[in-house]
Design a protein around this ligand. Structure first.
Ligand SMILES: [Zn+2]
Length: 187
């Protein structure tokens, strides 16, 4: 669902949104982390990604003491994780709160409340950020036009896409593509 480059970008940005969806394993230290871990970034060539905690531990990695990726999650966190997984896999679709609630088997009201409690954001805001992450990736790695990308990542209107992109990235999609934005060096 996410490419190596996308996951790499997420860990460079210490992106909490993707915590629990995948784990960063560092071959040289044999430690694994959450995407949001604030420890010094490993070299790209030393990183591998796992989507399940069982697999990363089986491969002989130990949990990072700083970000504690193995810490047992509450039922609320499990709900949020399931929703985020669903969003990352279905961001192209027109999704409403009730679809998400149905997916994880709770009421829309409860879902919104728990989600906000755990992430500080609504599922809608989260979905928009996931779409913009994907759009940013496509801008950098494909020749699709802005408009094609807008629809490809699930926005219904280009004005909405431009507005939200600018809100999150502080530049337009075209500026982002040309590299006229601040970027951390990921190498
Ligand atoms: Zn860590």
């Amino acid at each position: 669902m996410l490419t190596f480059e996308e996951m790499w970008q997420r860990i460079i940005e210490c992106d909490r949104k993707y915590d629990g969806l995948f784990f960063t394993a560092v071959k040289t230290t044999k430690i694994y982390c959450r995407p949001s871990c604030r420890s010094r970034k490993p070299k790209k060539v030393n990183v591998e990604f796992y989507d399940q905690i069982g697999k990363v531990e089986e491969a002989g990695y130990r949990a990072c003491k700083r970000c504690q990726p193995e810490v047992e999650h509450s039922p609320q966190v499990a709900i949020v994780k399931n929703v985020v997984t669903f969003l990352v896999n279905n961001y192209k679709q027109h999704l409403q709160l009730k679809d998400l609630a149905e997916e994880v088997g709770v009421s829309p009201f409860y879902l919104e409340r728990v989600f906000k409690q755990e992430t500080g954001e609504t599922p809608r805001m989260y979905l928009e950020k996931i779409r913009i992450d994907k759009a940013a990736y496509l801008l950098k790695s494909t020749k699709l036009t802005n408009l094609e990308i807008c629809f490809e990542v699930g926005f219904q209107s280009s004005s909405n896409f431009y507005k939200i992109f600018k809100n999150i990235k502080s530049c337009s999609p075209s500026e982002y593509r040309k590299g006229l934005h601040y970027e951390l060096d990921g190498s």
